[in-house]
Ligand binder design. Structure first.
Ligand SMILES: Nc1ncnc2c1ncn2[C@@H]1O[C@H](COP(=O)(O)OP(=O)(O)OP(=O)(O)O)[C@@H](O)[C@H]1O
Length: 246
């Protein structure tokens, strides 16, 4: 079942066209990852999908009653306004202590309940954000670079946790990631953005698409090496990876 979809969607922000003519959809249980250079509109796409920015053109559909667990790319916590993890997890919606404890336990962060938000490490902060998303009982997690600031083991652990949560809850996962090697192994589909959708498809298809190579070259942290495989088809002259594979 389709949870979120757009047709020919464009978004202008402060006179700048951040996204143009984007066709997108995600179905129940899918893991879809968005890749693209800085400023290519990845965060804007997520914000449009969750309803935080309005499309200036085209259509956007959300399944009625869709529950979204959103983790933003940046969340500034003012250290002069102390707020505990327990309080943070009750905003904007009140949650019971039992629900909060269960969510924190599920993300492996039970010990953080009484800590101050500004005092959390990068990994603790990201887990707390994920706990907050989990409290929404989401049909879809929308995660904007959920491993920001984490070291490699920390980020691998967080991706494992996301995968487990998807498995347990059946929720779809839509995320932005710069960690292409992870993207390549963990996603059902990858969308490569550069103001518009450059190419999309299964990870191996995107990795071999000329548009993707033009943006990321071959120095993709092993992504291409990981997916170097025998082709029994040709990409010659292919301008849209999706045509032959999706
Ligand atoms: N409020 C705004 N007003 C004007 N321009 C904006 C606004 N927000 C974003 N932009 C511009 O829109 C473009 C897309 O921004 P966006 O944050 O979606 O990119 P991104 O792909 O998520 O980038 P990054 O990888 O650096 O996080 C950028 O050129 C950005 O400068």
């Amino acid at each position: 079942m389709t949870l979120l979809s757009t047709k020919n969607m464009s978004v202008r922000l402060g006179g700048h066209t951040a996204l143009r003519n984007v066709d997108f959809s995600i179905a129940s249980g899918e893991i879809v990852t968005i890749v693209g250079p800085n400023g290519s509109g990845k965060s804007t796409l997520l914000k449009a999908l969750i309803g935080a920015v309005k499309p200036t053109q085209g259509s956007l559909e959300r399944r009625p009653g869709l529950r979204i667990g959103y983790v933003p790319q940046k969340l500034h916590i003012d250290p002069t306004l102390p707020i505990s993890v327990r309080r943070f997890l009750s905003l904007p919606k009140k949650n019971s202590d039992a629900e909060i404890n269960a969510a924190l336990a599920r993300v492996g962060a039970s010990d953080l309940l009484s800590k101050q938000m500004f005092a959390l490490s990068g990994g603790q902060f990201q887990r707390t954000l994920l706990a907050r998303a989990l409290l929404e009982k989401p049909d879809i997690f929308v995660l904007d670079e959920p491993t920001t600031g984490l070291d490699q083991p920390g980020s691998a652990a967080l991706y494992n946790l996301i995968e487990e949560l998807r498995h347990e809850t059946g929720a779809a996962v839509l995320m932005v990631s710069h960690e292409l090697h992870v993207v390549m192994s963990a996603s059902d589909r990858v969308i490569c953005l550069n103001g518009h959708v450059c190419c999309h498809g299964t990870p191996d298809v995107v990795a071999s698409a000329p548009e993707y190579r033009a943006l990321f070259g071959t120095g993709t942290q092993g992504a291409l090496a990981l997916y170097r495989h025998e082709h029994n088809h040709s990409h010659d002259g292919e301008t849209h990876a999706e045509h032959s594979h999706v």
